[in-house]
Every structure is written in C-alpha cells, then in structure tokens.
Write a protein that binds this ligand. Structure first.
Ligand code: SAM
Length: 291
C-alpha cells in the first residue's frame, strides 16, 4: 500500500529530495499525522459528486485524502517551488488539479460557477496559511455563488473568534458577514505536535455550513460594504462610522432611527438581525430618494 504523505519520514524525504525546507513567509507548517488529514477530509462533506477547492496544498498531504472522497480537487498553491513537487507526488492521483496562483487573486465566483456545471456540490477545505486566514475567509464568505461547506484549520484563537456574541469587544465585521451566510461548528482541536515545523500556537478545525436562506438574499455586496464601514473605526460610534460611509450625518441619523437603532451604540453591539434592519432602512431610503 502507498505510504501517506502526512508522516514525518515521508515529509522529510520529499523536502530533502527537492532541496526544500518549509517557508515561514508562506505560512508553511506541514501536517505529519495521517489520522489528522484523514479526519479533516472526512469532515469536509465530500462525496463523488462534489468538487473541493483547496487552498495551499503544500506537499499534498491533505490533497491526497480529499481526492479519495471527492470527485474533483482544485488546489491553489502560491509557492513556485512546490508546484513541481506536487505534480510528482500526486502524479497517480487523477482527480487533483494543481493551480499555481495566490488564492487571494482568484476569481472565486467564476470558479465556483464553472465547477457547479459539472458537480452537484462545491465545498472548500484547507489547512490555511495562518498569516492570511482572515483575508481568505472574508473572500470565501462573500462569494456570491453558493459554497456548501468550508472546512478549515486555523489558529485556535482565531477559531474562537467565530463563537463570539454581539457586545463582545472583539466581535467584528467578519462575524456578521459569516453569520449572514453560514452556521459554524467546531470539528476538532489540533495540537502543535502534528505539524512540521511546529507552529507556536494551537490550532482548530472549524466547519462553516451554508444556510438554506442567506440574508439579505439580494444586494449582498452592498450589505457587506455597509457592515465593514460600520466597523471601520472601532472606537467611534455607529453614527459616526455610518455618517462617514454615507457622507451625510442627517441621513445617517434618519436611517438609524428608521431601523430602531440607538445612535450612540457601537457596531459591535449589533446583531445580524439589527444590521439587516439597518440595511433594509437604507435601501428604503435610497429607493425613496431615487424616485
Ligand atoms: N496543506 C498542507 C498541509 O496541510 O500540510 C500545507 C498547509 S500550510 C499551513 C499552508 C500552505 O498554503 C503552504 O503550502 C503555502 O505555501 C500555501 N500558501 C500560502 N499563501 C498562499 C496563498 N496566498 N495562496 C495559495 N496558497 C498559499
């Protein structure tokens, strides 16, 4: 039987063969425990009609497991040196496609739309590069096309953030944006020892599952802009941030009042529902104005 990539011996063999070592600037920490990659893949809601988008395949440890359960795996890797490694290591795995690209520059809507033509479901799975966790997740949560599930490993403290409630000091735009489209659950905690090199932090795997009905159902891009604008300067009141966004203090006040919101609140006090009320009040006002 073929030896899995996710062991210390195999990882060292592969890196030595290509004269490589893990690059800190790309957040490279390779998983060296086969049971962990297997468990992540099993939790990614895969089946043989599903396409899975992977971010940062590294030397292919998780990719080879994803390929077992999915119809297609599309993996985006930024590191030029790893492209050749991946094409050799995964040469017998026919359903993996490696794309040499910074994931932050891909047109995710277009990719998901195309995959959906030939697959029943599109999901995403990754042992994320920790230095860009938030940028990646914000991009994925804001994708217009439906992504059924996002199963990702991240730093434990970052994972904990997704379970905060309004009023918490660190509750932020990403919480509202996530919650507008996904439900979150913990899959497992991961100790530092399953990586090579070992990161300084503990990790956790979370799964975000798409909600049946996203809210708002239309003009989502505009909604996300509004949410981000309200959190732009965290120490400022909702009214001040909103005024900066609309460039009109009176209008900002009028809309907040129409949405039943106290103008002295800060953005972190608002629930998703209250943000949706604000958005609706704003859309009503815009309609009135445009008439
Ligand atoms: N999947 C492998 C594993 O679990 O062993 C490697 C995970 S490692 C934590 C993160 C991977 O993401 C690295 O291979 C790194 O080169 C890649 N990466 C970093 N930034 C990236 C980006 N912007 N786009 C795509 N891949 C990126």
């Amino acid at each position: 039987m073929k030896r899995p990539i996710a062991t210390l011996t195999r990882t060292n063999e592969i890196l030595t063969e290509y004269g490589l070592s893990a690059k800190k600037n790309f957040g490279q920490n390779f998983i060296i425990d086969p049971t962990v990659v297997e468990k992540i893949a099993k939790n990614a809601l895969l089946d043989k009609e599903t396409a899975v988008i992977e971010i940062g395949p590294g030397i292919g440890a998780l990719s080879e497991q994803l390929a077992k359960y999915a119809k297609t795996v599309i993996s985006y890797e930024i590191d030029t040196d790893l492209i050749e490694v991946l094409s050799h290591v995964l040469k017998e795995v026919e359903n993996v496609e490696i794309i040499h690209q910074d994931f932050l520059t891909v047109d995710l809507n277009e990719i998901v739309k195309n995959l959906r033509k030939t697959h029943k479901k599109v999901v995403l799975c990754s042992n994320l590069p920790y230095y860009i966790t938030t940028s990646i997740l914000l991009k994925v949560f804001q994708c217009e096309e439906k992504i059924e599930a996002i199963t990702v490993m991240m730093q434990k403290e970052v994972a904990d953030h997704f379970f905060l409630q309004p009023q918490s000091r660190d509750y932020g735009a990403i919480n509202i944006i996530m919650e507008s489209g996904f439900a979150v659950e913990r899959v497992m905690k991961i100790p530092r020892t399953v990586f090579d090199p070992k990161p300084n932090v503990e990790s956790a795997v979370l799964r975000f599952t798409a909600k049946e009905n996203r809210a708002p159902s239309r003009n989502r891009e505009r909604f996300f802009e509004l949410v981000k604008a309200c959190f732009k300067q965290r120490r400022k009141s909702l009214l001040n941030n909103y005024e900066n966004y609309l460039h009109d203090r009176e209008m900002a006040k009028k809309i907040l009042v129409a949405a039943n919101l106290d103008t002295s609140l800060r953005a972190e006090a608002l629930s998703l529902e209250q943000f949706l009320n604000l958005f609706e009040a704003e859309m009503n006002e815009r309609e009135r104005y445009e008439k």
